[in-house]
Design a protein around this ligand. Structure first.
Ligand SMILES: C[S@@+](CC[C@H](N)C(=O)[O-])C[C@H]1O[C@@H](n2cnc3c(N)ncnc32)[C@H](O)[C@@H]1O
Length: 353
């Protein structure tokens, strides 16, 4: 099994999980062609996460009429309808899915794990997109090198992933990693290939799962979406692409927000989502000694844009796994954030719904 190597010191390589002999082994190491012979006309993400995937693609592919490769493609390439392209090529393993993929102009059946060489000429694509599939690559660095070869200088390689997988086909290092570590892994694949400018990263997490989703009764949260991307070295823009906005719930103007905050005393409504605030008893513990009040008012709406954006913001500011809710202090007539590690946190203190 090929391994990612080229770490600078022996110590570094000992610590790096990529260097373990079995890093790219799988529970089912039989031929991928056999596994993917079965048609899977399913959505691998919920509808909100899929719209985020499209949003990422349309934000980053800025070339005029680009030639795009969907690497490890299925029946849907998630290329937004309004993105004008001159060609979209799909490379994958399931003939029926690729034939029914309406976005593709042509497709190729090719097993990357058997042969990481990509069957395309040098510098023939403007962008290569790999969606929810990087976890199945057993020789990722060789594939990333090949993507570097077939991209034009300055061309984009965009790797998008989430936390769902076919565990039997995902490589061990992926299965054994936390979500944040997977971002680092993909970043390492880019770095070790030596073909790209510096990577950029994007994540979208903590958004409410669409109510009509088939897993809505099992989880309240939409599938997280992570993107790691970089340009092939040698382009004119030196890796600069537009930032991807995380525009969940349009942000209010400062003036309107201030007006709504000033009215909370009368309305007892969240200034961010207009939902009624809930009366919450301040617990008798040393962490709350800074507050003299017996109770506060908190917005417990899980779809409140303030709370939803908080997951992303805290993630970016390294307080991973936290968000915050809007809290109103009636004594001081002030709105402030109260940090929460989960949706359930603080809810046992609600005294008036
Ligand atoms: C989870 S599906 C994702 C499909 C598609 N990219 C999407 O976003 O819906 C994984 C895809 O990877 C492809 N794939 C898996 N192993 C592969 C391999 N060894 N070589 C080429 N493609 C592979 C399969 O054909 C399958 O379509």
């Amino acid at each position: 099994m090929a391994r990612a190597t080229s770490f600078s010191t022996e110590h570094e390589s000992e610590l790096n999980p990529l260097c373990r002999e079995d890093a790219f082994s799988r529970l089912d190491d039989s031929s991928d062609k056999v596994f993917y012979e079965t048609d899977r006309f399913v959505s691998h993400l919920d509808s909100l996460a899929l719209s985020t995937v499209k949003h990422i693609i349309s934000s980053l592919i800025t070339e005029k009429d680009p030639i795009i490769l969907d690497l490890m493609a299925g029946w849907d390439s998630h290329i937004p309808d309004d993105l004008s392209t001159s060609e979209i090529v799909g490379l994958g393993l399931n003939e029926n899915e690729l034939k029914q993929n309406r976005e593709l102009t042509r497709h190729v059946i090719h097993d990357l794990n058997q042969d990481p060489h990509l069957p395309f000429p040098d510098a023939s694509f403007d962008a290569v997109v790999n969606t929810v599939s990087v976890d199945y690559m057993t020789q990722p660095v060789a594939v990333f090198e090949e993507v570097g070869r077939i991209l034009k200088p300055g061309g984009l390689f965009l790797v998008i992933f989430s936390n769902r997988m076919f565990p039997q086909k995902a490589v061990k290092v992926w299965r054994d990693s936390e979500e944040n570590e997977r971002v680092i892994l993909v970043n390492d694949f880019f770095g070790l290939s030596g073909a790209f400018e510096e990577t950029s990263r994007f994540s979208s997490k903590g958004k409410p799962r669409p109510k009509d989703d088939k897993y809505a009764d099992q989880t309240l949260v939409s599938d997280p979406v992570y993107a790691v991307y970089a340009e092939k070295k040698g382009g004119a823009s030196k890796g600069k692409r537009p930032a991807i906005s995380n525009d969940y719930g349009r942000k209010m103007t400062k003036g309107l927000l201030e007006k709504k905050e000033a009215a909370v005393k009368q309305t007892l409504q969240c200034p961010h989502c207009d939902e009624k605030l809930k009366k919450w008893e301040v617990p008798d513990n040393p962490f709350c000694q800074t507050w003299d009040n017996d109770f506060m008012y908190i917005c417990f709406n899980d779809a409140c844009p303030y709370f939803v954006r908080g997951w992303d913001r805290m993630y970016r500011e390294t307080n991973q796994g936290m968000s915050y809710r809007l809290m109103y202090n009636p004594e001081k007539d002030r709105c402030m954030p109260i940090p929460v590690p989960s949706r359930l946190a603080l809810k046992d203190g609600i005294i008036e719904a």
